[in-house]
Design a binder for this molecule. Structure first.
Ligand code: NAP
Length: 288
């Protein structure tokens, strides 16, 4: 496959570029500097000239609290960006995948969110991502939306991706214990993204590692255990006490109704995924 990846230097973009290259694809990766997805002329010109068979959008403004105080910027990146890419992919006759989030849900449900659940975002970030899904689907019927959550990986700078490195250098960690999601390893997400690209079946997919999900606290304890580090010193905090600018869904665990029906096996358990991540040599991990 000839794959064009936007946001290619982010957590997911890096994992995807690595996996596609290792699988023998011709990979064209654009980072933020190389292609700003809010620039519709540049997007069209790059995609038409590169002639990819599939465009996979890993670019987004992922600063949840930042989005809360700058809705215009959130809309530019997370709504008009995917819309521009979807339209350009249509012109280039390419399949199109854009990544969305568990934060499109309000978090009030007890169990897992599936595609039958009505999205009801409670933050600007979640609203912008949901509108991005819709604008992309309206611009190009061949759009595949992949919702994921609690993503971690070697190129990640977020909490989940950096707990082991930070604990290893003696930092005291404080983890939220009362918000839950489905941890997802960037590499496993990348494998599924490539499979979905090859299948070219438009729709909304929920792609997460298997298991009952986790809070940041559960994830951190498991990560430190796997790394052979002492988890007794982990501090625990309620997400509600942090007074963060943007509200988060309390429970945003995802399950997919479609994957098994189209012959795709569940992704490995997140414990297994985390063990592979923790086994990654330190130098390949950011946040050190
Ligand atoms: N991480 C998670 O837990 C999580 C959970 C659910 C869904 N997602 C979704 O997964 C996707 C990938 O996220 P990620 O975790 O890989 O985030 P990430 O590490 O922040 O990567 C996003 C990349 O997009 C780039 N970018 C931002 N605005 C751009 C623009 N206007 N044009 C081009 N590139 C731009 C960023 O570059 P700069 O940093 O240089 O601006 C960054 O490299 C996103 O759609 C995100 O919403 C992530």
């Amino acid at each position: 496959m000839r794959v064009l990846i936007t946001g290619a230097k982010g957590l997911v973009g890096t994992a995807l570029a690595e996996h596609c290259s290792a699988s023998g694809d011709a990979v064209v990766g654009y980072d933020h500097k190389g292609l700003d997805i809010t620039d519709s002329d540049a997007v069209e010109s790059v995609i038409v000239n590169e002639r990819p068979e599939v465009v996979i959008n890993c670019a987004a403004w992922t600063d949840v609290d930042g989005c809360e105080s700058d809705a215009d910027k959130a809309w530019e990146a997370n709504v008009f960006g995917p819309e521009n890419l979807a339209g350009a992919a249509l012109l280039a006759n390419a399949a199109f995948i854009t990544i969305s989030t568990d934060y499109v849900f309000d978090g009030d449900k007890e169990g897992f969110y599936t595609q039958r659940d009505q999205p009801r975002p409670i933050s600007v970030y979640g609203s912008s991502k949901l509108e991005g899904e819709r604008k992309a689907q309206a611009a190009n019927a061949r759009t595949i939306v992949v919702r994921s959550g609690y993503i971690f990986g070697p190129a990640g700078k977020n909490f989940l991706s950096t707990v082991v490195s930070r604990a290893a250098r003696g930092e005291k960690l404080t983890a939220i214990s009362d918000y839950w999601g489905t941890p997802t390893y960037g590499h496993d997400l990348a494998v599924r993204l490539r499979e979905l690209a090859a299948l070219d079946l438009p729709g909304v997919y929920h792609v997460v590692n298997s298991g009952d999900g986790a809070s940041f606290e559960t994830f951190t304890r498991e990560a430190l255990k796997l790394a052979g580090l002492n988890s007794d010193t982990i501090g625990v905090v309620s997400g509600d006490d942090l007074n963060r600018p943007a509200p988060r869904p309390r429970n945003s665990r995802l399950k997919c109704l479609l994957s098994e029906a189209i012959g795709l096996p569940p992704l490995p358990h997140w414990h297994d995924a985390l063990a592979r991540f923790v086994g990654t040599p330190q130098r390949q991990r950011r946040g050190i």
